[in-house]
Design a protein around this ligand. Structure first.
Ligand code: NAD
Length: 388
């Protein structure tokens, strides 16, 4: 395979938020082109969106079922190679399974599915088809995060003891779902979002970030979930104490009612030799704190000396790289993997460095556990992936 990968989309019309970001990320490295889509639940919006994206009429579909059926019948040289699914959480599993059944690789946004049971079934389907799957946990795409992960894996911080990870947002501080805001409306509706609100939407991101950066796994948690905005149906705030499989302890916080906050993700990881501190709103700086020595300030493009940081960095230091590039790293590594496999080559570990189905299962287990623990004042610790 010596060409761009052909991408289809489910969701991502002019009525949507994150679909446009996916396209920017997918196209950034000239590895991928958009060839078709069912861009909206509203057929008119799907049609008008596809036209805006300069697609031929016959490749703009009004249902994803129609898209997978018709695309799979096109000649191999024309049909899409993979689909990106960027719909509300309750429309993740069906299109993903249907795409795999029709032979298409899948990029899916988080949380992976609506229920944990669906997550296990999706893994079975992937095992059965052997196709490639990426889950867009964006924050794992940053070069500074990958470099920190390498430092931790190399033991530079010593034995990891303490992890603080937080994601405060403020945009759901009032009852935005009653104002016609589409994104707020499905995120606060248990029938479309799933068991969790804030914890499913952004808690899963920081849970993933903590496990990805440290290479550790949460084994148990103790949580409190809150609904601050009156009559809201799902959590809009919460926190959890975490126990990790190496004995480290963590504190996770996610909230969407921290009035005035943007996307203030921060992770701090401390070992017995030192710690790292990274904030996504200042993504090109990695602060490394050493016991008894001055703090180091490492910068993307200048002083991150790992191969993994270089592989995921595009411009020299001081030229800001950020959210779109982090997203694009997931797409590029996914595309390199799909192409390598198509050519009968073994993808390198750097190509394979993107979140997949096992991360998605961990995310759904996190939702299950944090919701189970989060409203129960009687039981202190809940085992990860279990309910009480
Ligand atoms: N990775 C990230 O950082 C990130 C950021 C934002 C959102 N997300 C995730 O992306 C997904 C979409 O979120 P959003 O904020 O863009 O939502 P949105 O409401 O803005 O957009 C959803 C889109 O899906 C379409 N849609 C719904 N049902 C459909 C169907 N049956 N067929 C075709 N299209 C359909 C809608 O018409 C719309 O175009 C969610 O799962 C969310 O959790 C991830």
């Amino acid at each position: 395979m010596n060409r761009k990968l052909r991408m289809g989309m489910v969701g991502g019309g002019t009525d949507a938020f994150i679909g446009a970001v996916h396209r920017l990320a997918a196209f950034m490295d000239n590895q991928i082109e958009l060839v078709c889509g069912c861009f909206s639940i509203n057929p008119e919006v799907s049609k008008s969106s596809g036209k805006l994206y300069f697609l031929p009429e016959e490749r703009i579909y009004t249902t994803y079922q129609e898209m997978f059926e018709k695309e799979s019948k096109l000649p191999e040289g024309e049909r899409m190679d993979f689909v990106t699914i960027v719909t509300p959480n309750f429309v993740h599993f069906d299109p993903a399974v249907m795409a795999l059944d029709h032979g298409f690789h899948v990029v899916l946004d988080k949380p992976m599915t609506f229920t944990l049971e669906e997550a296990y079934k999706l893994k079975e389907k992937l095992d059965e088809t052997g196709l490639t799957f990426a889950l867009t946990h964006t924050y794992s795409g940053y070069p500074a995060v990958k470099h920190a992960r390498k430092m931790i894996a190399d033991g530079q911080l010593g034995k990891i003891r303490k992890i603080f990870v937080e994601y405060p947002q403020g945009w759901l501080s009032s009852k935005l779902e009653d104002t016609g805001n589409a994104q707020a409306s499905w995120r606060t509706d248990p029938k479309r979002s799933g068991k969790a609100g804030c914890m499913g939407d952004i808690g899963t991101h920081v849970h993933h970030l903590a496990e990805y950066m440290t290479g550790l796994k949460v084994t148990e948690l103790c949580a409190e979930l809150n609904v601050f905005v009156p009559n809201r149906l799902l959590d809009d705030d919460g926190a959890a104490f975490l126990r990790f499989d190496n004995g480290a302890k963590g504190v996770l916080m996610a909230t969407q009612i921290a009035a005035g906050e943007e996307n203030a993700i921060r992770i701090r990881v401390y070992g017995d030799k030192g710690g790292i501190d990274w904030e996504q709103m200042e993504p090109n700086t990695l602060r490394v704190k050493w016991l008894g020595q001055p703090m180091q300030v490492l910068r993307v493009g200048t002083s991150l000396d790992s191969a993994v940081a270089a592989h995921n960095t595009r411009v020299p230091g001081g030229h800001p790289e950020g959210y779109l590039e982090a997203f694009a790293n997931i797409y590029r590594n996914f595309a390199l993997t799909v192409r390598a496999k198509a050519n009968g080559e073994e993808p390198t570990p750097e190509m394979l460095d993107f979140p997949g189905v096992d991360d998605g299962i961990r995310g759904m287990q996190f939702i299950e556990t944090v919701v189970s623990a989060g409203y129960n004042d009687e039981v202190k610790w809940v085992k990860f992936g279990e309910t009480i």
